[in-house]
Unconditional design. Structure first.
Length: 76
């Protein structure tokens, strides 16, 4: 049971790290020309959601790749 908890903890930390990295990258992009006046709050929320989706997707790939590399020992 402790390995399930450890996996959950590693997954949560990985997601948070990759979401933070994605946020740092996304904030360097200038979205100002795409945002309508008076809609800044909605644009920030959208950028935050996009950041979460991209960061979680990259984290999921990273975690799956680690799992696949551990499963390779069952091949031989």
């Amino acid at each position: 049971m402790s390995s399930i908890g450890l996996t959950a903890l590693i997954s949560m930390i990985s997601h948070l790290i990759f979401i933070y990295i994605t946020w740092r990258v996304v904030t360097t992009v200038n979205f100002d020309p795409l945002i309508r006046k008076g809609r800044e709050t909605e644009a920030r929320v959208l950028i935050m959601f996009i950041t979460i989706v991209i960061g979680a997707g990259v984290s999921r790939f990273f975690l799956e790749f680690l799992q696949w590399s551990q499963d390779l020992m069952f091949l031989f």
